[in-house]
Design a protein around this ligand. Structure first.
Ligand code: COA
Length: 363
């Protein structure tokens, strides 16, 4: 049997949340090029309920999410204890997501509270690692503004909030990507939300998925620290048979539509924060990768620089991706629960032919 490796091209179920048909990303029918102009809360509502909210619904939804961006005291206590180096932030997020699922009222936890808590946990991990005090939510601001405020300790200006909102929307969902598929498998067993999200965080951690953004910045730093020609870095990676992180995609063979929208944001952020050196290195590497390998940058390539410009250290980059993707994970967990079908595929067995155990042979 000629099996597609890694389920490439295999349609395993239906979804009405998002689509990458014809290499175009749409959320519930809206092209991302258009829906990225909406607010993050509108997009979360769309992913969860299949339609955009009206003005009143949006206001209520935003208020409810912001109010819920508060952590149980026991979670904060644990975070203060475990969130420090040398543990990787994604390992801390994995453990904390699991811990959130052990509080008394977990059975009553619904997606809005879960999303709100995940955002606050991620901001808290970042602050604790920087030895900075935790920031309380400001109910006068929206979800994105609060997330940035809780991460950096500074209320963002309008331009920054708008750009970061687009960044969060572009990463909010992506049909059956590895971490979402993982969450759906767990959801199909009727496990609770936190079990689904913990599994999703584990899948996102790896460098072939969400972990790529950290490696992208590692590359940019290496070029800078050693005053290297960026093309020499890439040639060396090729020589060693290594992949260049932030390039290539299972679905998008002619360019990731999210990367096209993120590139001008990365440039603007780099200009705002005096990081144009990194943007120029990225441009040089991207041109070379296309010429030499026909590979385009993916979503993680430009978010790496954007997160750096926000003032974040590279080891927390993937947790920010998790913050954005939690909205999509929850949408898929809800959809999978409605489906009421266990995901349990089959395998092609290629081991030894049937043989027989002889109890006395090892006497
Ligand atoms: N750098 C160098 N070569 C790459 C590459 C990269 N980033 N991505 C793919 N290739 C090459 C592979 O080596 C392979 O070459 P070959 O056919 O000569 O062996 C070919 O392109 C196909 O790659 P493959 O890994 O089989 O494609 P895929 O569809 O399974 O993989 C990714 C998609 C994302 C896993 C892959 O592109 C990758 O590992 N990229 C780097 C990690 C990354 O940025 N991940 C974030 C994804 S959003």
């Amino acid at each position: 049997m000629d099996l597609p490796r890694g389920l490439a091209g295999v349609v395993i179920d239906q979804t009405s949340i998002s689509s990458t048909k014809n290499a175009r990303l749409t959320y519930s029918g809206y092209p991302i090029e258009e829906i990225c102009q909406a607010s993050f809360e509108e997009v979360v509502y769309l992913l969860w309920y299949g339609r955009l909210p009206n003005k009143e619904e949006l206001q209520k939804f935003r208020k409810m999410l912001v109010r819920k961006m508060v952590l149980p005291a026991e979670t904060v206590r644990l975070l203060l204890y475990i969130a420090r180096e040398p543990q990787h932030p994604m390992s801390i997020l994995r453990t904390t997501t699991s811990l959130l699922g052990t509080t008394n009222d977990v059975e009553h936890d619904e997606p809005p509270r879960i999303l709100a808590k995940m955002l606050t946990v991620i901001a808290a991990i970042v602050r604790i690692r920087n030895n900075e005090p935790l920031i309380d939510v400001d109910e006068k601001m929206g979800v994105v503004e609060n997330f940035l405020y809780m991460l950096t300790g500074e209320r963002p200006d309008e331009e920054l909030a708008k750009m970061f909102s687009t960044v969060m929307i572009l990463q909010a969902d992506h049909e059956f990507n590895a971490s979402t598929f993982t969450a759906r498998v767990v959801a199909s067993t009727f496990a609770d939300y936190y079990s689904c999200l913990t599994a999703a965080v584990c899948a996102l951690k790896g460098p072939l998925h969400g972990g790529a953004n950290e490696r992208v910045f590692e590359m940019l730093e290496k070029v800078y620290d050693h005053d290297m020609d960026p093309i020499d870095y890439v040639k060396d990676a090729f020589k060693r048979g290594r992949k260049v992180m932030g390039f290539g995609h299972r679905i998008y063979k002619h360019g990731d539509p999210r990367a096209k929208l993120l590139r001008p944001i990365a440039e603007k952020m780099a200009k705002r924060t005096g990081n144009m050196y990194f943007f120029e290195v990225q441009t040089e590497i991207a041109d070379y990768m296309l010429k030499e390998k026909g590979l385009y940058p993916n979503v993680d390539y430009y978010t790496a620089l954007i997160y750096h410009c926000v003032g974040l250290k590279k080891d927390v980059f993937t947790t920010i991706f998790a913050a954005c993707r939690t909205a999509g994970w929850l949408a898929h967990v809800m959809e999978q629960r409605r489906e009421k079908t266990l995901i349990r595929p089959c395998s092609e067995y290629v081991g030894p032919d049937e043989r027989h155990y002889l109890p006395d042979v090892n006497d």
